[in-house]
Design a protein around this ligand. Structure first.
Ligand code: CA
Length: 498
């Protein structure tokens, strides 16, 4: 397939695909309604998006982890699809989330770094002109909840309930401590530093106390309760609302904190930081298991579309964010991938990613071509028949036709990243070659990812130079469509309250 990214062709492609899928969906509905045994309307699946925070590529069983078993997360991949080369759009939390929630490269709307969490900064959030997954799904009568980390702005206009969600339980900032007994603040304020890690949780707009002694367990409780609540609706199948659950765990993001229940599973890990990190991942895995068991017990697993991914690469113990050692880093493993969170090498961008939808996609697929977290919304749009504004075309593609074999070729010819505000660095890759450059310089380094997954040996042949120049040009074309940053970053000085 030709380039579908960042062009008007994207929209035309999506539009014709949507038309085709609408017809197909109607057909499926008719077939479904003709049989009493068909569980529900396949064009309106329940949707669960499970996101972990800073989890390493190699820290799931389905990517080969041996010291941290994740049997429940692995179930999603085993009963659906494991993606070998799944990318997020930025190597830290905020911009990555803005990307997959809108289905668009976040640079298109200037979300180019983590925004300030200062409530006095009016622009610090996901621009309200953009539409996110929950806002799209609201148009077709979905009921949505976000559980956990929001990070898309702390002001009322950026609150989840102003962005298409019907329910919210969690915290607005980009990080949080894990023991609720320590939560003492009712608002995010400048001092002491990081009060936002110790705020009481929010249920919709109210501050509430947790019923659990561990945040990760609390979030899992809330997710299960939402699924059960959604399944109790009265009325015919057409009257009942399908649900969208965005389960955004902040684990295993720093700080490293776990309860004895999970720590005692990892006495074989001698490094204390790695042991605590493993316990945090294990708590998430238990939660995912409870979500899957709930779907089973309610007999709705078949027509529930689940995505699982980490929001960026694992934060490494030796490097800290940005590779500068400014922070102690975390205790993740990205396996053979170079570097981690904050880096444009594979360890920062390539993440564990799995998808399950038994009604439409067979079990046990190991999908090799590169995909993007931008494909999450495009897949939802493609499968539900939603229409997308011409002013805000999506950058992703519907993955389902690729997974069912209805479409040949690959979802993406090219993917792009840039972190101008942090380092001036950018990368662009095709199926084979990845080019690293800096906006202010002509010189680049390139790697063959098929032969050199760990990005250790820069290419130097004439052939590779030509291909590199083509990719540089494509990057410049893409970059010209991006907007400057629209808010002060997390590191910016605070505007004072008046
Ligand atoms: Ca993160």
């Amino acid at each position: 397939m030709n380039n579908k990214i960042a062009s008007t062709n994207t929209y035309s492609f999506n539009k014709s695909l949507l038309l085709m899928l609408c017809l197909l969906s109607s057909y499926c509905w008719l077939v479904g309604s003709a049989s009493a045994n068909q569980p529900s309307d396949y064009s309106r699946p329940n949707i669960i998006l499970i996101v972990t925070d800073d989890q390493g590529y190699a820290d799931v069983g389905f990517n080969g982890s041996t010291d941290i078993p994740t049997p429940h997360i692995d179930r999603i991949a085993d009963e659906g699809v494991r993606f070998d080369q799944a990318y997020v759009t930025f190597p830290v939390c905020g911009p990555s989330r803005a990307g997959f929630l809108t289905g668009r490269y976040q640079g298109r709307f200037g979300f180019r770094d983590n925004p300030s969490i200062n409530p006095m900064e009016e622009s610090a959030g996901l621009p309200v002109q953009e539409e996110i997954i929950s806002e799209h799904l609201k148009k077709i009568n979905y009921r949505s909840m976000v559980v956990g980390k929001w990070h898309m702005g702390v002001r009322p206009e950026y609150h989840p309930l102003a962005r298409g969600f019907d329910e919210f339980y969690g915290f607005l900032s980009g990080g949080h401590r894990y023991f609720p007994s320590k939560y003492i603040y009712d608002q995010i304020d400048k001092k002491p530093v990081k009060t936002w890690y110790l705020t009481r949780l929010m249920k919709d707009y109210e501050r509430v106390d947790s019923n659990s002694d561990y945040l990760t367990d609390d979030l899992s409780d809330q997710a299960v309760a939402f699924i059960e609540r959604s399944n109790k609706q009265k009325g015919s199948e057409q009257e009942r609302q399908p649900f969208f659950l965005y389960l955004a765990y902040n684990a295993p993001h720093m700080p490293l904190e776990a309860t004895e229940k999970y720590l005692k599973r990892f006495s074989h890990i001698k490094d204390k930081r790695r042991r605590t990190y493993a316990a945090m991942v294990s708590a998430v895995d238990d939660g995912v298991g409870r979500v899957l068991e709930t779907l089973d017990s309610l007999n709705i697993s078949d027509n529930t579309l689940i995505f699982f991914l980490s929001d960026n690469g694992g934060s490494l113990p030796s490097m800290g964010e940005n590779g500068k050692g400014k922070y102690p880093g975390n205790a993740a493993s990205n396996g053979l991938l170079r570097d981690g969170k904050g880096s444009l090498y594979e360890g920062g961008l390539r993440v564990p990613f799995a998808l399950r939808w038994p009604a439409k996609i067979k079990a046990g697929i190991d999908y090799k071509p590169m995909i993007s977290s931008l494909d999450i919304l495009a897949t939802i749009v493609g499968q539900t028949g939603l229409t997308i504004s011409e002013q805000r075309p999506l950058d992703g593609v519907d993955l389902v036709p690729f997974l069912t074999g209805k479409t040949t070729g690959k979802p993406h010819d090219l993917l792009f990243w840039e972190m101008t505000e942090r380092s001036g660095l950018y990368v662009v890759r095709d199926a084979t070659i990845k080019v690293h450059g800096r906006a202010s310089e002509d010189e680049v380094e390139a790697y063959n990812l098929i032969k050199d997954l760990s990005e250790t040996t820069p290419l130097d042949s004439i052939h590779d130079v030509k291909q590199t120049q083509v990719l540089q040009q494509r990057f410049q074309d893409w970059q010209s469509q991006m907007k400057p940053i629209v808010f002060p970053t997390l590191q910016a000085p605070w505007k004072e309250r008046k």
